[in-house]
Design a protein. Structure first.
Lengths: 81, 81
């Protein structure tokens, strides 16, 4: 079982790294790019045989309490068997 | 139109940042986590009205030539209308 936790800056928070890449792409001639924002992704492999509900509980809690800074970031979780 | 470009280290490349987070989670009691790897995600908004084929061409090229270091990383692209 694998969980993909995506952590991104809240839409109201400025993303200077994304803006820098966006400016670089514009300078290189990529005219089609209107906006670029960078996010973090964590691929979490769970222990084999772990109970599904327990896995969800641990990943949800790790995302909320360890991987995300709730002041400026938000997270979403996607599961893969 | 939005493209999500995920850039991750090749499976054969060590991910020290992921390992550090994995060790921190283990220390905090998250026993369910078997492995954790960190990846980058770029959310790219395309100019409105841009031709679909041209958008794909630009994002594919940006992913290959700007966002990814082909020596140690690989990318995948997901599209959203």
């Amino acid at each position: 079982m694998t969980a993909w936790v995506q952590v991104e800056l809240k839409k109201t928070v400025l993303d200077p790294q994304g803006k820098a890449i966006q400016a670089a792409l514009a300078k290189l001639g990529y005219q089609g790019v209107a906006e670029l924002r960078q996010a973090k992704m964590f691929e979490i492999q769970l222990q084999p045989g772990l109970d599904r509900a327990e896995a969800q509980r641990q990943v949800e809690r790790a995302a909320r309490e360890v991987l995300t800074n709730p002041v400026i970031e938000e997270y979403s979780i996607r599961w893969e068997e």
